[in-house]
Design a binder for this molecule. Structure first.
Ligand SMILES: C[S@@+](CC[C@H](N)C(=O)[O-])C[C@H]1O[C@@H](n2cnc3c(N)ncnc32)[C@H](O)[C@@H]1O
Length: 193
């Protein structure tokens, strides 16, 4: 199946989580802030590779966490998502649905920097998509990049549109950058460690 079909199928499944939500509560929402064509670019880039450990910083309503977990990881993979905003309630339904599929997923509803204290393992994939100022992205990068093992990957969302993200990516030694940007709608930076 091509990546466009895989993406559309998994998004159907993601939006069907509305069936499990209490729709009288407006905090139950499902939404993904990624460009579809850029996501297909990322999936094409990784091919058949499946990651065993994945952390996403800034899960929001769980859209990108769902897509990267279901398409780039496999049942049994350890998945962590952070979002300090407890009002993004749909994220818990995303985590529950991933656990029902056999993933080991957990949401930390705390600021990223507090979560680092409980991370005692290495990851293969890190997606940085929390607060986008230069200072915030740099702090997230400095704190979490050391958890990514050699040969692992770091994805930056909004690498084309958010000056803080663009600036930080420019500062990373060029030898570590295997692909600067996928697309220019939002831009997804891919770094290999
Ligand atoms: C741009 S949205 C993430 C979008 C999501 N990745 C997607 O594509 O569907 C950023 C989220 O990061 C969260 N956030 C920002 N700074 C944070 C921090 N320091 N710790 C934890 N979460 C944070 C916000 O609450 C917000 O929901």
């Amino acid at each position: 199946m091509d990546n466009k079909k895989r993406l559309v199928n998994t998004l159907h499944e993601y939006y069907r989580l509305y069936e499990k939500a209490d729709l009288r509560d407006n905090d139950y929402r499902f939404h993904m802030e990624q460009s579809i064509s850029e996501l297909i670019g990322v999936l094409d880039y990784f091919g058949d590779r499946k990651f065993e450990n994945f952390i996403e910083l800034g899960g929001s309503y769980g859209g990108s966490f769902w897509v990267y977990s279901t398409l780039l990881c496999k049942p049994g993979s350890k998945l962590i998502v952070t979002d300090r905003n407890s009002r993004v309630k749909g994220l818990q339904l995303v985590v529950n649905a991933l656990n029902e599929k056999g993933f080991k997923a957990k949401w930390y509803c705390q600021p990223n920097l507090e979560i680092k204290k409980v991370m005692n393992f290495q990851v293969e994939l890190l997606h940085i998509d929390a607060f986008h100022t230069y200072e915030a992205v740099k702090e997230d990068f400095k704190t979490f990049a050391p958890l990514v093992n050699k040969g692992g990957f770091i994805l930056f969302h909004d690498a084309a549109t958010q000056p803080g993200v663009t600036q930080l990516m420019r500062e990373i030694p060029v030898t570590n950058i295997i692909e600067a940007k996928v697309g220019f709608h939002c831009g997804i930076g891919i770094l290999k460690r």
